[in-house]
Design a protein around this ligand. Sequence first.
Ligand code: HXC
Length: 517
Amino acid sequence: MAIDKKLIDDLEHRRAKALESGGAERIARRHEKGLLTARERLEGLYAEHTFQEFGLHAQHQTHGFGMEGKTLPTDGVITGIGFIDGRPVAGFSQDFMIAGGSLGTVHARKICELMDHAGRGGMPIIGFNDSGGARIQEGVESLSGYGQVFNRNVLLSGVVPQIAVICGPCAGGAVYSPALMDFVIMTRRSASMFICGPEVIRAVTGQHTTMEEIGSAEAHARDSGNIHFVAEDDRHALELVRALLGYLPSNNMMDPPHHMDDEITLRDDNGIEALMPEDAKMAYDVKGIIMRIADDNSFLEVQADFARNLVIGLGRIDGVVVGFVANQPQVKAGSLDIDASDKGARFIRLCNIFNIPLVTLVDVPGFLPGIAQEKQGIIRHGAKMLFAYGASTVPKITVIMRKAYGGAFLAMCSRDMGADLVLAWPTAEIAVMGAEGAVNILYRKEIEEADDKTGRRRELIEEYRARFASPYQSAAHMFVHDVILPRRTRAAISLALRSLLSKREARPHKKHGNIPL
Ligand code: HXC
């Protein structure tokens, strides 16, 4: 059948109008500012020619309040499916040039249709947020639209990976769709995210602040912990999305994309020992250790600037995708505090959802002491780490490098909290508390009475370490499966991972546990 030329022309004309977006001039202005258009963001994300758009012709029909006679091509959001590394990925991208990317009924409908499609097909969802928020002219229907999106964010949480990119304004309740997703990436210069902006805060509370302080990418990466990555610009954000997807399965029923060779590398790595200071009290950068255990250039740190006393990130060990959780002795001596617990617990749950084995590297002196920590609920927050590890059924491997004291030892995935394999280095100190504290409590009188107080204290500390904190003490009770030299760590983890890849663990049926929030 030959299609009537008029029909073809009509279709072409409609397509061309919809593709115009804000028009050549406004597009050029965006480019001058270093910004991509909404369409360029999506097309840049996907392999060439694989983007299949849904809803190019969708737009809200009746607008009042200054919208008469205006058309809103695509209704201000571009939605569709494309392919990354041969895998389908759903994407939506708000077009700020169309009514400020504001969300109305059709705009929300398009996002919801896409999310439903992604849920049915089991594929990740990527959302580019660049919007003035609820479309004022559509009133409460816009709010309903947000509700429908949020509800789908929740429904699909734990089913398919969801990644938000904030690359423009994202304000008020609109922030909650990104907040409900697994990862939030924010561009450094063009993006802002806040519930109440500086003007509202000043009007209501009299406090003076700036967008830089409360709504910028840096502020969210460092202070609030609301985001996971800062991208230098739109293109960098696309790279980060692709990198993240490289570690994640398309959905919770699949394994992450492991790239295993048949051979396992079992070489010793003496370099790792060179990274550890001679003096057990000296700090070191645990990221150096992680990078030696992980495959070359495979470690992708998550939330690098927030709660830096705990390092989390994705990587590969001999091709197997893993999630690393490690105390960072360089910051707050590696202790666990409220923010570190929140950061760690959410990451552990993310790994569990997407079948990513957990590798925990322990050097923890305890929970951070302090009035603020107690008042703000370190008990409730610290419990999240215990809960998250205890509830995870993925393979869990724990390596105790140096300190593993008290409750924090359990919160870093001890054998009793469900670790499948616990390895300790000979430098490990596993105890109820640090040697110095314990000796002060147990032997204060004896030390005071000694002629050489310092010498006696040192002797007792040594004795305590040998008798109560030695890794062999723990190994004798099978709290530690083996004591290994640091150089053997990568090989030992690699062997264990392979043996655990088809781990299955049955749990009692329940709706969900009641994690302390
Ligand atoms: C309809 C909107 C809009 C909105 C912007 N526009 N926001 N149209 N509804 N919410 C339109 C503008 O009228 C303008 O149209 C175009 O988008 C570009 O906006 P400008 O203001 O010219 O751009 P700029 O100077 O860059 O400022 C961007 C902005 C500002 C900071 C986002 O537009 C702004 O403050 N908008 C309102 C934000 C807001 O209060 N939204 C409602 C929040 S409440 P023309 O035709 O002139 O190009 C909310 C609740 C969500 O979102 C609740 C969810 C549960």
